[in-house]
Write a protein that binds this ligand. Structure first.
Ligand SMILES: Nc1ncnc2c1ncn2[C@@H]1O[C@H](COP(=O)(O)OP(=O)(O)O)[C@@H](O)[C@H]1O
Ligand SMILES: [Mg+2]
Length: 311
């Protein structure tokens, strides 16, 4: 495994006219790790990824990716990076083989035919290589896409919402593949909206309104959120949800299956409210907040919550 940082960028800023899309982002990511990049739509994830791999000029800020300056040496970064854009897709009317050959040509891969053969074999798609890509299921398209962006042997993978709209089994397969690549030394930064995917990452970086709100391991983020969460289970929880929503100390109400999570930052107020909110046969139990609970708390305490407030 290489020592040092695969991504080392400081104070990245990107303005589009008056719009500040990215507002002072720092990322120090060691080689060989898998990081999750989270944040609401429009928070600046794609823009940050594109600055990191040298596809987009920064307004200000500086740094290196794979040891190369993001501004002056972007050519070196591009050939060592696999970038799967949001909604990455294939030419549906080209065959599977033609799609891979096209990508191989883009990256000027030497001995292209051999590399494409190998890739098809690894994927188990040799027998279907002459079918059009549109004939593949969503999950297979995704595997093909991942194979295509790793064919040139990149050191870093930047995956921008690669599993949006992909079914759960295909998402699991996709993540197994990501971990296999990571075990072989690949560094992976992947943006996602899925909490279960975030929990598979070594670290998470969370953006809101172009700013990094928090970064760390799942466990660090939950600890730092300072959130207190109570849960109750049963058929009555839906009624209970509307009874406690907006009451003193209650900042967030969420369902996890049949359980209700009620969270807040102020223990006294929260417990006071919950004491009054009881029904026959139910009990509030304190639990460790989920990652999702914690993000909502962090957004609120950083003043980045754009949703309607209850007060
Ligand atoms: N080329 C562009 N021109 C103008 N505004 C842009 C451009 N690209 C992105 N933005 C704006 O920058 C903000 C961040 O966008 P983006 O990086 O795509 O966020 P995310 O990937 O987190 O959804 C959004 O408000 C978006 O509308
Ligand atoms: Mg995006």
């Amino acid at each position: 495994m290489k020592e040092g940082l695969a991504i080392d960028v400081r104070n990245l800023v990107k303005k589009f006219g008056p719009k500040v899309a990215v507002n002072g982002v720092d990322i120090q990511m060691p080689y060989g790790q898998v990081w999750g990049f989270l944040g609401p739509n429009g928070s600046g994830k794609t823009t940050t990824i594109r600055m990191i791999c040298g596809l987009l000029k920064t307004t200000s800020g500086e740094g290196t990716c794979l040891g190369y300056d993001i501004e002056k040496e972007s050519r070196h970064i591009k050939i060592r990076t696999g970038y799967m854009t949001q909604k990455f897709s294939f030419w549906g009317d080209l065959t599977i083989r033609e799609n891979l050959e096209f990508v191989a040509r883009l990256y000027q891969i030497p001995s292209m035919k051999q590399k494409v053969d190998e890739t098809l074999e690894n994927l188990g798609l040799e027998h279907r290589q002459h079918q059009v890509a549109d004939a593949l299921s969503g999950g297979w398209k995704q595997r093909l896409a991942l194979a295509a962006v790793t064919m040139h042997g990149p050191e870093l993978l930047l995956l921008d919402e690669p599993t949006a709209g992909v079914d759960p089994q295909a998402r699991r397969d996709f993540w197994n593949e990501i971990h296999r690549l990571s075990t072989n030394g690949m560094t992976v930064l992947v943006s996602t909206h899925y909490m279960d995917e975030a929990e598979r990452c070594d670290k998470i970086a969370y953006l809101a309104n172009g700013k990094m709100i928090t970064k760390g391991t799942v466990s660090d983020i939950i600890d730092r959120s300072g959130l207190i969460t109570y849960t109750a289970k049963g058929e009555f929880v839906r009624k209970m949800a509307s009874a406690v929503e907006g009451k003193p100390g209650v900042e967030h109400v969420a369902y996890f299956g049949s359980a209700l999570h009620v969270s807040g930052m102020n223990r006294e107020l929260l417990e006071g409210t919950l004491k009054k909110a009881t029904m026959d046969g139910m009990e509030w139990t304190e639990v460790r907040p989920s990652l999702e609970d914690s993000f909502i708390a962090l957004m609120k305490s950083s003043g980045e919550d754009t949703r309607r407030h209850h007060d």
